[in-house]
Design a protein around this ligand. Structure first.
Ligand code: AMP
Length: 384
């Protein structure tokens, strides 16, 4: 395919987009606060912000139309030849990107109960793009696909089998990020790519993935994007008994508990200060310190578990806003892990170089900036 590719990442109140020519991103931007106070921004690859006209950003449909109207004049007559969508859930069926035929979209609709906070918005983006682009091929790239072939023990919960059969499984998320990181490892070190790698995607959403030979073996995220590590506002691993307690003793409704676990927990809930790691690192409040302590503790605990699942570890990769930028968090995660063969080079870590482990460290430790959108653009190129 020689035309340009538009990638869309539709959330509840925003749509992020990029325009790609091969692996090169020409433009990017977003519509924020879809609704009466919506705002569209368009930037080129030099970070120059282009003036826009966006009379109507009241819903996903008008937002996609506004993106199109503002982008097309910047493309020197070149056409968008395919659109790639980030879709949170591909269910049991998809282990790879898929062309969005009617029947595929109907299947994705059936997955809404599995991801009620994300899937409907992803679908709204798909419908809006179909309306705006007519026959241009549309491709879905799933956050779950990378994890689809977990062994049964990493795919199930110990609840009655009928629920597993109906799809209550450990899907895992952040798959586009892990896909990108494994492709980068393969570029940088084919030997490591064949090895046992733990990837820590530490951002506002956070998870870890155990990868062997380029394939996901286990993920800290499970049925939903709530499980595993504590995140900006999400709780991470929690005893199901806590949810029962909140329902039975505190008379909280499902919506109230959902709000609490997704929006008011994690670093924000624990610290009472912020969901933002930079703010927590600067804060002298005890809550901020405890939230960071817990974040580190859970990462180290999962690192041990993943090394066990992989029968050892050859590389630890940090990515995501925190993983790529926070010298302190990387330092603290690796501290005390020398028994596992992890030895950090503190100067390299402070300088944010790609390889941050010491020369003689048995485990290679790296930071690799992730790029979920280029994974979508590549998938579209292969399929459209
Ligand atoms: P993401 O969701 O991947 O964009 O990551 C957002 C998170 O990365 C926020 O918690 C930010 O505070 C954090 N972050 C970004 N830059 C830094 C930095 N230099 N030091 C610490 N945390 C950072």
């Amino acid at each position: 395919m020689t035309g340009l590719i538009l990638t869309l990442n539709a959330g509840s109140s925003s749509i992020k987009f990029s325009v790609y020519d091969g692996d090169a991103r020409l433009f990017r931007g977003q519509v924020e606060r879809i609704g009466p106070n919506g705002r569209l921004t368009v930037k080129d690859d030099q970070d120059f912000e282009h003036p826009v006209t966006a009379p109507d950003l009241s819903d996903h449909g008008s937002a996609v139309q506004a993106i199109l109207t503002n982008i097309l004049p910047l493309l020197d007559g070149r056409k968008i030849s395919a659109v790639g969508h980030r879709v949170v859930h591909g269910g049991m069926r998809f282990d790879a990107p898929a062309v969005l035929a009617d029947e595929t979209i109907a299947y994705l609709e059936t997955l809404t109960p599995f991801a009620p906070l994300h899937q409907p918005h992803n679908l709204a983006g798909i419908y809006a793009a179909r309306a705006a682009f007519g026959d241009v091929p549309q491709i879905a790239c799933f956050d779950t696909a990378f994890h689809r072939h977990h062994p049964f023990v990493n795919d199930t919960f110990a609840i009655p089998r009928e629920y597993y059969d109906q799809g209550v499984r450990r899907y895992g998320f952040h798959g586009l990020s892990y896909d990108y990181i494994t492709s980068e490892i393969a570029k940088q070190s084919p030997t490591l790519a064949q090895g046992r790698v733990v990837i820590a995607h530490l951002g506002n959403g956070a998870s870890m993935c155990a990868v062997r030979g380029g394939r996901s073996i286990a993920s800290t995220m499970g049925f939903s994007a709530l499980d595993g590590l504590p995140m900006g506002t999400r709780c991470g691993q929690i005893d199901a008994g806590v949810v029962l307690y909140l329902m039975q003793q505190e008379n909280m409704t499902a919506d109230q508990i959902s709000d609490m676990l997704y929006k008011n927990s994690g670093l924000l809930g624990m610290s009472g200060v912020s969901n933002d790691m930079r703010t927590l690192e600067r804060s002298d409040q005890i809550g901020a310190k405890q939230a960071i302590d817990y974040f580190i503790f859970r990462i180290q605990r999962e690192l041990g578990a993943m090394a066990a699942v992989l029968n050892g570890i050859d590389a630890l990769i940090f990515c995501g806003g925190i993983g790529e930028n926070s010298t302190l968090i990387r330092e603290r995660v690796c501290s005390g892990m020398e028994w596992m063969g992890i030895e950090l080079d503190h100067t390299r870590n402070a300088e944010n170089t790609p390889r941050i482990s010491a020369e003689l460290s048995r485990v290679t430790v790296m930071t690799i900036p992730t790029n979920e959108e280029v994974v979508i653009a590549r998938a579209v190129r292969n399929l459209a």
